[in-house]
Design a protein around this ligand. Sequence first.
Ligand SMILES: NC(=O)c1ccc[n+]([C@@H]2O[C@H](COP(=O)([O-])OP(=O)(O)OC[C@H]3O[C@@H](n4cnc5c(N)ncnc54)[C@H](OP(=O)(O)O)[C@@H]3O)[C@@H](O)[C@H]2O)c1
Length: 329
Amino acid sequence: MAAMRAITIPQPGGPEVLTWAEVPDPEPAEGEVLIEVAATAVNRADLLQRQGFYDPPPGSSRYPGLECAGRIAALGAGVAGWAVGDEVCALLTGGGYAERVAVPVGQLLPVPKGLSTTEAAALPEVACTVWSNVFMVAHLRPGETVLVHGGASGIGTMAIQLAKAVGARVAVTAGSAQKLARCAELGADLGIDYREEDFTAAVREFTGGAGADVILDIMGAKYLQRNVDALAVNGRLVIIGLQGGAKAELDLNTLLRKRAAIAATNLRGRPVAEKAAIVAAVREHVWPLVESGVVRPVVDRVLPVEEAAAAHRSVERSEHVGKVVLRLR
Ligand SMILES: NC(=O)c1ccc[n+]([C@@H]2O[C@H](COP(=O)([O-])OP(=O)(O)OC[C@H]3O[C@@H](n4cnc5c(N)ncnc54)[C@H](OP(=O)(O)O)[C@@H]3O)[C@@H](O)[C@H]2O)c1
C-alpha cells in the first residue's frame, strides 16, 4: 500500500503527542479530489481534537487539519471543472496536517490570484466560518454595528476585515493593548480590553445607547447574559465557540424585549451539501475582496509541519494574531 506522512494523535494529550508518522495514502472517492498539500493552518478546534474533546465526524480523516492549500494530484470519479495540477485551497473535515488529503469537490476554492499557497492555507476555515455566521445567519448590513469577541484570533481578524468591507462599524474585544492595536490596523473602530473594561457598557456607549446589531461570540456561557445585554433591538447573537463554557442561565425577558435572536452553529459537522453552499458563497462574495486586496490573510507565523507541537503550544498560549500556518513543502 502506498504511504504518506501525516501528523497523528496516537493518544489524547498535550502538544507532545503530535507525531509525524507514515500512514496509508488516502484515495479520492467519487466526487472527491486528492490534494498534494503544500500548507495547512492551525485552528483552535485542532487543540481540542488533540486533547480528545473533539473527535472527527464519522467517515472523515482521523488526522487534524480543517483547511489546506496545494495542488490537485488526482480526480475521483465524476469530478468536473477541476484538473490535475490546479492550485487550490480547501475547507476540510480533517486531514490537513498530511502530505495528501481527499476532499469533496464542493469544498475546493482556487488559490486567490496573487496569493501564495502559504497565505491561501490560512483562509478557508475563517472565511467560511465568518461568512456563514456573520452574513448568512446574522445578515450583517452596511451601517450596522458588529461586536467581534477575540478580534485578534484567526476568526476575529477575518471578521473585522469582512465587516468593514461591507460598510459595518466594528467593535472588538481582546486581552492586550498590542492585540487591540493590530485589530485597529485591520479596521476595527472600537477596541475593548476585556481584562479591564466592561464590553457591554463600552458597546452601548459606542452606539449611543443602542447596542450591537450583531455579536460574533466565541466565549459561550461566560458571556451569554452580557452579550444579550449588549445587543440592540432586533439584534442577532451568533455563538460559534464555547471557550467560556457551555451551560448558562439567561434572563429571557431581556431577549424578548429586544426581539433579539440567538443562533449557535458548527461548521465541521455540517453535511457536504451545506459546506458546498457555504464555499460557493465564499467564492462569490469573499474571494473578489481577497483578490482586490481589500481582505488579506493574516499570517502570524509559518512553521514546518513537523513542528506542529510548537505551533499548538503557541496557539494555546494565545501568542498569535491571526493564523499560524504549517508548511509541508
Ligand atoms: N463553530 C464553528 O464552526 C467554528 C469554526 C471556527 C472557529 N470556531 C471558534 O472560534 C474561536 C476562534 O477560533 P480560532 O481558531 O480563530 O482561535 P484562536 O486564534 O486561537 O483565538 C482564540 C481567541 O480567544 C480569545 N479570548 C480568550 N479569552 C477571551 C475572553 N475572555 N474574551 C474575548 N476573547 C477571548 C483570545 O484573545 P486574547 O489572546 O486577546 O486573549 C484569542 O484571540 C474558537 O472558540 C473556535 O472554536 C468555531
